[in-house]
Write a protein that binds this ligand. Structure first.
Ligand code: GDP
Ligand code: MN
Length: 380
């Protein structure tokens, strides 16, 4: 789960990482009040779950309440990389002497957390990594040993940070960031930019914070931060019904049992020359209600022209799944053609049930590839 900047900063604050004072605002009037309360110069910052807000015009300095209000009016409703701005973070403006970059991610290859630090902050880190890799200090942390002081020093020297005051502050911030990362079961904690003010004070000016969905049950306070409005309506409906669904932008609706099988189905649809409209995993079971819920969500997408069921029966028996599909089709009116591939335990019985009931728009295919080809054909 990705957190908004203001939520990430709230967690930073809890772990002691220095951030500026700020207020949340959802209207130009609230932005004015926030600027009044904060006093002085403020920054009006679009809160969207995507980066590059600055470049897109979603971050503006304001000299006082009047200007904060007019910037807020301009930024609210703005579209930034497909995300509509509904919330603003109004923050006391900082004077910036330099911008650094500090992050902590999970390196799956090494099975360790990975720190990255560079003096070349503020810009795309991918650019630094590609063009000046020597400027980017990288350091892995052994999960059993934890993050040690000497490692903080190595990271900071590696990045070429020479000022003693900065070194001390960044060492502490790195330790706090590690505590935040572990303590929140995060996948990513990124500070870009980590700024130094003209007075030599180091603080986090931005926050990108991603928490592992599978660990949210351990962090009810973070789970509560989820903003359902930020998800496409189909995904919101799916979440409410406990269906695992991700919207994609093709024409072939896909559903199967098991995440791995569904992912290979997306590949096979692409191989057959089509584009999947979604990812949808029925889970282990294939009970009628689960199929109805999934079909309702998939067919709510107007882009869907055909539906591909890919079922491999292991513990789930194909005849049960076939009954589930038929029962679901009895409960719903679906005009789109449906292609079914059933294989595994009791596949023959399952196929026979489908063929006997044979709704006109239902096509049974023997293999995954043939089913995908048929679905792509029918979708175009
Ligand atoms: P991003 O574009 O989504 O990464 O948003 P950031 O929060 O990183 O802000 C982008 C840029 O806006 C920063 O790199 C700064 O240069 C500038 N900026 C943000 N906050 C302030 C501030 O308080 N004072 C000043 N002077 N510039 C700021
Ligand atoms: Mn940033």
């Amino acid at each position: 789960m990705d957190l908004y900047e203001y939520q990430g900063k709230e967690l930073f604050r809890r772990f002691g990482i220095p951030v500026s004072d700020g207020r949340l605002a959802t209207s130009p009037e609230e932005a004015r009040i926030a600027a009044q309360e904060l006093g002085g110069q403020v920054v009006v910052k679009a809160q969207v779950l995507t980066g590059g807000r600055g470049k897109a015009g979603g971050i503006k300095l304001a000299d006082g309440p009047d200007e904060a209000e007019s910037h807020a009016r301009a930024i609210l409703g703005m579209d930034i990389n497909g995300h509509v701005v509904r919330k603003l973070w109004i923050e006391s403006a900082s004077d910036i002497a330099t911008e650094y970059y500090l992050s902590l991610t999970f390196d799956r290859g090494e099975k360790k957390a990975l720190f990255m630090l560079t003096k070349e902050g503020g810009i795309d880190i991918e650019e630094v990594a590609a063009e000046r890799p020597e400027a980017l200090a990288r350091l892995h942390v052994d999960p059993l040993e934890g993050f040690q002081r000497y490692q903080a020093r190595r990271l900071i020297y590696g990045a070429g940070i020479e000022d003693e005051g900065e070194q001390k502050q960044i060492a502490r911030i790195a330790e706090q960031l590690y505590a935040a990362f572990i303590g929140s079961d995060a996948m990513l904690c990124e500070i870009n930019p980590l700024i130094v003010t003209p007075d030599g004070e180091v603080k986090a000016l931005d926050s990108k914070f991603t928490v592992d969905d599978n660990a949210l049950y351990r962090h009810p306070d973070i789970a509560e931060m989820r903003d359902l409005d930020a998800y496409p309506p189909e995904e919101r409906a799916a979440r409410a019904k406990d269906v695992t669904y991700v919207k994609l932008d093709g024409e072939v609706g896909v559903l199967g049992n098991g995440a791995g099988l569904v992912m290979s189905t997306l590949d096979v649809v692409a191989l057959a020359g089509g584009r999947p409209a979604n990812f949808c995993d029925l889970g282990g079971g294939g009970d009628a209600q689960g199929v109805v819920d999934a079909l309702e969500i998939i067919t709510a997408d107007p882009q869907v022209n055909a539906i591909l069921f890919n079922i491999f029966g292991g513990i789930t028996r194909c005849d049960e799944v076939a009954r589930g599909i038929l029962q679901a089709l009895g409960q719903l009116t679906i005009d789109d053609p449906i292609v079914v591939r059933l294989d595994g335990t009791n596949a023959e019985e399952g196929r026979r049930l489908l063929q006997e009931a044979a709704p006109a728009n239902l096509h049974v295919e023997p293999t995954m590839l043939e089913a995908a080809k048929r679905a792509v054909e029918l979708a175009t």
